[in-house]
Write a new protein. Structure first.
Length: 326
């Protein structure tokens, strides 16, 4: 009942019995059990965790964090070695000591022996000259002395020629040997120089190859990680989908009483019937206000009992009670 200005009046609503029975049944069988249902938290998995495939990708990327670094480091070292290479110098200077080292040490013995033979032959020739001069009665004379002098001179020239020839032959041979040895050394030095240059070039090529190999190893490791991680993400998303289904099913079960209450309330409110009314007192009846007031009170009680959908249940039940109590 509510008061207002103007004449005094009282409005009485005659609600059909079946509506009252339906409202009471809904209150007893749906609203009260729903209101008394304790809060049950969801205990299932809500967020899909990192799966074994993703963890494997993480482990692999950690294990291969330095993939290719060994090849890159060796390539840098090879390039450094190639850059530090200094070609050897090929000698071209004539070395007199090399010639002297090739002189035949037995040459003087040959010279001495040959000269000794010439001296003996010189003595024999002088003896023959003296014998001839004696037979001619000129021994000791001027002619004999001149002949001996000429013989001695001839043998002296022969010994000098012999000595010079042997020494020249020895020197020429030593010089040839020294030049041949120098050429061999130059060839060996040139070969070593070419070998060094070739090695430096190979080191440069090796540095480039190792650098490329290191980059490929690093890139392959990164690509493998991305591929494995993508596969794991697909698995994780599928697991999240399954978790979401479980959450939705849980929420549907939790809201099922509220759904039933809404269906029953809607059926009652939407069914047309004539309540009938009489005016006996001052004031006008505001059925909408009574219903809204009942909903507000019911919502407050339902919120205290069970926040969330308990508030909605309380509001629905309060509305019904306010509506029936006009």
């Amino acid at each position: 009942m509510s008061g207002g200005g103007g004449q005094t009046q009282t409005t009485t609503n005659n609600i059909p019995q079946w509506v009252q029975d339906a409202g009471q049944s809904t209150y007893n069988n749906v609203a009260v059990p729903a209101a008394n249902t304790p809060y049950t938290p969801y205990t299932g998995q809500q967020v899909a965790p990192i799966n074994s495939t993703q963890q494997g990708a993480i482990d692999n990327v950690n294990a291969n964090a330095n993939a290719g670094s060994g090849a890159l480091a060796q390539g840098v070292q090879n390039a450094t070695n190639a850059g530090n290479y200094t070609p050897s110098t090929v000698g071209t200077t004539y070395d007199q000591s090399a010639v002297n080292a090739q002189l035949n040490p037995y040459t003087q013995s040959v010279i001495d022996t040959t000269n000794s033979d010439l001296q003996r032959q010189n003595q024999i020739a002088n003896t023959n000259n003296d014998a001839s001069a004696t037979q001619q009665g000129a021994y000791g004379g001027t002619r004999n002395a001149v002949q001996d002098s000429l013989t001695n001179e001839a043998y002296a020239r022969a010994m000098a020629t012999n000595t010079a020839g042997l020494n020249q032959s020895n020197y020429t041979n030593a010089q040839s040997q020294a030049l041949a040895q120098q050429q061999l050394q130059q060839s060996a030095q040139g070969a070593n120089q070419n070998a060094g240059l070739t090695a430096a070039g190979l080191q440069n090529q090796s540095a480039a190859t190792l650098g490329l190999l290191g980059s490929q190893q690093s890139g392959t490791a990164a690509q493998n990680y991305a591929t494995q991680m993508n596969a794991g993400s697909v698995q994780q998303q599928q697991q999240q989908n399954l978790d979401n289904v479980g959450i939705n099913q849980y929420q549907t079960a939790q809201n099922w009483p509220l759904r039933n209450l809404s269906i029953l309330e809607g059926a009652i409110n939407q069914t047309p019937y004539n309540t009938g009314s009489t005016t006996t007192q001052q004031g006008s009846t505001n059925g909408t206000a009574s219903t809204l007031g009942g909903m507000a009170s019911g919502a407050a009680v339902g919120s205290q009992i069970m926040p969330g959908w308990g508030t909605a249940i309380g509001a629905g039940v309060g509305g019904l009670m306010g509506y029936f109590g006009r």
